[in-house]
Structures are given as structure tokens and as C-alpha cells.
Design a protein around this ligand. Structure first.
Ligand SMILES: C[S@@+](CC[C@H](N)C(=O)[O-])C[C@H]1O[C@@H](n2cnc3c(N)ncnc32)[C@H](O)[C@@H]1O
Length: 165
């Protein structure tokens, strides 16, 4: 694990002992190229920037992009490779209070998988140009899926602890 030195344990945070071995492996299917080289420079969430980013698939998977150009939006899953994986309770900087890892969108989690619904700008060979990312340049890509507004959107969903609901 290549943990970024930006990720220190804050007062009030709690760690767990991780299992000795993972239960499964993943194939990184590509890399995401963004303008952001440091954690501080990154948007906090996927709506924090209008920057056009490039998702570069390993050429072996390029045929898997067939029909993707017909999608206006995609779900991208990516691997927050610089985050620690052993935090059970965190103290997010914006709030300063303890939150359970699974109640927040921190990149620090046992499986550091992040997601974003991105707007697809164009497809060229094995490259996608998209808007709506919040990750460091070079972040590994785990999956690409079509976003279905009909099934994925839950407009009245609530996160009770969050000031904006
Ligand atoms: C709060 S997370 C939100 C992630 C995602 N949109 C989600 O909710 O699944 C976004 C932050 O993760 C951090 N980050 C970005 N890329 C990272 C990486 N490759 N490894 C670890 N942390 C990263 C940056 O601090 C960025 O502001």
C-alpha cells in the first residue's frame, strides 16, 4: 500500500487490524488523468470541478467501449491508491467530529473504491474524455458502467448527519 503522507491519523480516529490476506484481487483496467497532483489540489467531490479529465483504458479492453459513446453519463469506479485502508472511525477535516467510515465518502476505507457519475464528452479509441472527477492524476480505474437515471437516481435520498441533507 502506497499511502500518501498527507493521510495522517487525526485525533479521535480509530484503526482496525486488517485481515492477513485479501479475499479477492482486482484488475486495474486503466488510469485516470486529471489536472490534480496533490490531495489538497483535488476537488472534494465529483461536482467540485468542470475540468475535462481523460480516462485511459488498457488497450486490451478497448473493444469493451463499444456503444459507450451512446451514453451521456457513466459511472466510474476507481481505486484510491494513496489512502490508508485501516480506518474504522474518521474525523473528516470539514466537520471535526467522529464519523464511521461507512457513513462518509472518504477515500480511506478497507477497499478504497471511489465512484463518480461523470458526463461523457467524447470517446476516442481507448480514451474517454469526461467531466466530474475528484481524483489524483494517475489514479487506477476499476470499472466503467452506464449511468441509468431511471434506476440509479434517488432524488429524495437523505444523509441525516450532513448539513445539506
Ligand atoms: C472525499 S473523496 C470522494 C471520492 C468519491 N467521489 C466518492 O465519493 O466515492 C475525494 C478526495 O479523495 C482524495 N483522493 C483523490 N485521489 C486519491 C487517490 N488516488 N488516493 C487517495 N486519495 C485520493 C482527494 O483528497 C479528494 O479530494
Amino acid at each position: 500500500m502506497n499511502v500518501d503522507k498527507d493521510f495522517g491519523i487525526r485525533p479521535g480516529e480509530k484503526t482496525v487490524d486488517l485481515p492477513t490476506a485479501p479475499d479477492a484481487g482486482v484488475y486495474f483496467i486503466g488510469r485516470i488523468h486529471t489536472p490534480w497532483k496533490t490531495r489538497k489540489a483535488c476537488p472534494k467531490n465529483a461536482r467540485g470541478s468542470d475540468a475535462v479529465c481523460t480516462v485511459e483504458l488498457d488497450p486490451r479492453y478497448a473493444e469493451g467501449l463499444k456503444n459507450v459513446e451512446s451514453c451521456s453519463h457513466l459511472v466510474l469506479l476507481y481505486w484510491m491508491d494513496k489512502a490508508p485502508r485501516n480506518l474504522a472511525v474518521q474525523v473528516p477535516g470539514d466537520y471535526g467530529v467522529q464519523r464511521g467510515t461507512f457513513s462518509i465518502r472518504s477515500p480511506a476505507r478497507p477497499n478504497p473504491i471511489a465512484m463518480s457519475v461523470v458526463k461523457l464528452v467524447k470517446v476516442e479509441g481507448n480514451k474517454l474524455s469526461v467531466v466530474g472527477l475528484d481524483c489524483l492524476d494517475g489514479t487506477p480505474l476499476v470499472d466503467v458502467k452506464p449511468y441509468f437515471a431511471s434506476t440509479d437516481s434517488v432524488p429524495d435520498a437523505v444523509v441525516g448527519w450532513h448539513k445539506k441533507g
